[in-house]
Design a protein around this ligand. Structure first.
Ligand SMILES: *Cc1c(COP(=O)(O)O)cnc(C)c1O
Length: 381
């Protein structure tokens, strides 16, 4: 079966793992941890990088550092992976679920601005109060859908207007550019990335928080371990145990060394599928946006005029052709743990979920395999 997206471990990862063993540094201290942070900061043009055990823990850490607390609201897009919402719930806060734009499948700034104005007021302490629930909105959490950057300038303008921080979920966004520059140049307060097995690079599991505010990022680093403030087991605040290990970082360093070839392969796959279905009015490629050169973490097709059943039949057809085909993220408002959250939806995320089909896009996919996938899609009727 041609897999959907599998890791590509063919560089120095094994050598660096052996070095962890030889040098006897396997835990959260070791040279690869700092090296991976430096390489991540350099690749994204962020001043500071703090690596973590997972992307989810990076989000939890970041939200906590921004003061998200019991009963607060955090704005998230309807179309994302459940981990975004889970990180909010781990703070005992609630997601406020807002729809994505039909043009690019990322948090819709027009809708965001409208629903903030209609539902919120700023109280005498400068808190943003969501009038229907009486809860305090603490943060805006946009997501880089398929690696594509949201409209960050518009979102950050709105955030500044309301005095809210922005924590971006760029789980699979390494290698994506925003307005021709690495994403450290967006005005997000922090950006999170994940290095889980299926992301653009992997460290087995792992994540990072990236930021430019030195005080905030020092606090994040302090909280990421046990918030130790002195040698005599002094701890000044409640800390986590969310640091990445040297073993994870060793794999991550081996991966980021070849990031450019991974991104080139992902972009090549995206343009293959774009060209392959150009003659079909009913089959569109995944969205792009004028402000972002995406890394095309995931490629695939979108059939807005088909029924959801027909999309499911195509998925079955591909599997019979020995091609891995699966559904994509189910919108957050449909998830059992988040069914009661405040929402402002227009049906865009639901339509995307029903009508898209991710196609195989591992970085080691061959031209023959791409052609095989294309032929299989075109043979469906
Ligand atoms: C993968 C992913 C996460 C979670 O990262 P983990 O490292 O798996 O915890 C969060 N958000 C999005 C959009 C993701 O794709």
């Amino acid at each position: 079966m041609i897999p959907l997206a599998i890791p590509n471990i063919s560089g120095n990862e094994g050598k660096y793992l052996q070095a962890c063993v030889d040098e006897n540094f396997v835990s959260t201290v070791g040279r690869f941890v700092g090296e991976f942070e430096d390489l991540l900061a350099a690749a994204t043009d962020y001043k500071h990088a703090v690596v973590t055990s997972q992307g989810t823990t990076a989000l939890h850490l970041g939200l906590t550092a921004l003061g998200v607390d019991v009963g607060d609201l955090v704005i998230i897009p309807d179309l994302t992976f459940i981990a975004t919402a889970n990180a909010v719930a781990h703070c005992k806060a609630l997601p406020w679920i807002i729809d994505v734009s039909a043009e690019n499948w990322t948090l819709d700034p027009v809708l965001l601005s409208k629903v903030l104005s209609e539902n919120c007021e700023i109280d005498t302490n400068g808190n943003v109060i969501h009038k229907p629930t009486g809860r305090t909105v603490k943060c805006i959490l946009p997501v880089y859908t398929m690696g594509l950057a949201p409209d960050m300038d518009a979102i950050c303008d709105i955030a500044e207007e309301w005095g809210l921080p922005v924590l971006s979920d760029g789980a699979a966004a390494l290698g994506t550019n925003y307005q021709g520059k690495p994403i450290g140049h967006t005005r997000a307060t922090m950006t999170m990335m994940s290095f889980n097995g299926n992301k653009i690079i992997t460290s087995g599991g792992g994540g990072v928080l990236l930021g430019n505010n030195t005080d905030l990022m020092e606090r994040v680093r302090h909280m990421s371990s046990t918030a130790r403030s002195g040698i005599n087991y002094d701890h000044d605040i409640v800390g986590f145990n969310y640091r990445m290990t040297n073993i994870q970082a060793a794999v991550g360093v081996g991966q980021i060394e070849v990031l450019d070839t991974f991104v080139a392969s992902k972009r090549k796959t995206a343009s293959h599928y774009q060209n392959a279905f150009q003659h079909r009015d009913d089959i569109q490629p995944f969205m792009t946006a004028p402000w972002s050169e995406g890394n095309h973490w995931f490629s695939g097709i979108f059939m807005p005029d088909w029924t959801a059943d027909r999309v499911a039949l195509l998925r079955d057809h591909l599997r019979r052709c020995d091609i891995d085909a699966r559904p994509f993220w189910q919108p957050m408002h449909m998830q059992a743990p988040y069914a009661q959250c405040p929402t402002n939806l227009q049906g865009v995320a639901t339509g995307v979920w029903e009508k898209i089909l991710p196609l195989p896009c591992s970085t080691q996919i061959t031209d023959e395999e791409l052609q095989q996938v294309t032929n299989a899609v075109l043979s469906f009727n």
